[in-house]
Write a protein that binds this ligand. Structure first.
Ligand SMILES: *Cc1c(COP(=O)(O)O)cnc(C)c1O
Length: 393
């Protein structure tokens, strides 16, 4: 069955805009956020959206108005979240390498909690809190040592990853927590990695988390909040037929398998699952190069506009929006002087010619936020469906 391309009605407007650009379907974003909120509210769960996935103001407005908080990974992200109107008591801050300046930013703004990722960081936050004359709320990020079966570059919860505190360090950690006079431990945190598509992984995470939390409780460490991080994957293959991920079963897994103690609240940090589907990178065909072994569609977007394929071999659905001709097989490549600068190899597209528009779908997460100016390229603009409606042919 042919599914309607969600971008169809915007194509006339696309023709009038300078490519490459990002396009955000705000209606889809709103529906995605609503679906997440509804599935979560059944269990009273809290969401802190991972800002690094997409930090555009109109996107953040939808997320803020849903009542979600923010998960930051830098001092500048903390400041940006505050500037975008997120209440400080809904901001959490993770990251393995926070500088003193960044920690002081978080302390100065009294955010909900700083997620400490090492025993060394516990010492530093305690010292900076003492210097500020404050008691600072922290969580500890535990490394659950679970393989999330995703690309190795987006795996974070294995012993060999740099993130979090491992079980073998618990003795030292507990000692430090008990003697840190300016810290209040309010949460235990885990985050396994990103683009996790196998449901049993989250069940495994719950089982492991239950063990770790039990072990800490035996040491006299109890917390008011547990934070299960993000990582829920999206369907990059079917942007039109499956644009909203199954939040219901995701949260149901935690409801069923996570042990929650009396009075504890449960937090999540989904990023990608909320914003990936609503974004597309729209680009124009510059040249069609017919080779002896390959035909290339050279487009005006490159890895500087969407780094994911070059950075971790990510796959995005690629669609040609201009013609309905018979299919041909192409490599869709960018203009940058790097061989990793391609969006897809052996892709079936309608026969393509110069000027034809190409959409690279599901690019709303880790797309624009990773833009760079390599080759002195311009940064792509962003357009939003709710304002584009008025753009005439
Ligand atoms: C990146 C990140 C997330 C979000 O991951 P997604 O795969 O986008 O859901 C959540 N928590 C932390 C600590 C992160 O670094």
């Amino acid at each position: 069955m042919q599914t309607l391309n969600l971008l169809q009605k915007y194509i006339p407007a696309f023709r009038t805009l300078k490519t490459p650009f990002y396009f955000y379907d705000m209606e889809l974003l709103q529906r995605t956020v609503n679906a997440c909120k509804q599935a979560m509210s059944k269990y009273g769960y809290h969401e802190h959206y991972a800002l690094k996935a997409n930090n555009n103001a109109p996107v953040l407005k939808v997320i803020r108005e849903a009542g979600f908080g923010i998960d930051c990974v830098s001092g500048n992200e903390v400041l940006w979240a505050i500037r975008q109107g997120f209440p400080v008591e809904k901001i959490v801050y993770s990251g393995v390498g926070k500088t003193d300046e960044e920690i002081n930013t978080a302390i100065g703004h009294n955010i909900f909690c700083i997620n400490c990722e090492s025993t060394q960081e516990i010492d530093i936050v305690n010292r900076l809190a003492a210097e500020a004359g404050k008691t600072v709320a922290i969580s500890v990020r535990l490394n659950p040592a679970i393989d999330p079966h995703t690309h190795e570059y987006i795996t974070t919860g294995l012993e060999e990853n740099k993130f979090g505190i491992s079980e073998w360090e618990f003795g030292v950690m507990v000692e430090k927590l008990k003697t840190a006079t300016h810290l209040q431990l309010i949460a235990v945190h885990v985050h396994l990695g990103s683009q996790i598509t196998e449901a049993p992984i989250f069940q495994q995470l719950c089982t492991r988390f239950n063990q770790l939390q039990e072990k800490l409780r035996q040491e006299g460490i109890t917390v008011a909040h547990v934070n299960m991080g993000g990582g829920l994957g999206v369907d990059y293959d079917n942007p039109d037929s499956c644009p909203i991920v199954d939040f219901e079963s995701y949260f149901a897994t935690f409801h069923e398998h996570l042990k929650v103690y009396e009075g504890q609240t449960v937090h999540f940090e989904l990023g990608r699952a909320l914003v990936a589907p609503c974004g597309s990178l729209i680009t124009k065909t510059l040249y069609v190069k017919n080779g002896q072994k390959k035909n290339f569609v050279v487009v005006d977007a490159g890895m500087t506009d969407l780094l994911r394929p070059a950075l971790y071999q990510a796959h995005h659905a690629i669609q040609q929006l201009s013609s309905q001709k018979t299919a041909e097989i192409y490599d869709v490549v960018g203009p940058i002087c790097e061989s990793s600068d391609f969006f897809g190899k052996n892709i079936s597209l309608p026969q393509t010619q110069r000027g034809d528009l190409i959409a690279i779908r599901t690019a709303g997460a880790y797309g624009q936020t990773m833009n760079m100016r390599y080759n002195l390229r311009n940064l792509p603009d962003a357009y939003y469906s709710d304002e584009i409606k008025n753009v005439q042919k």
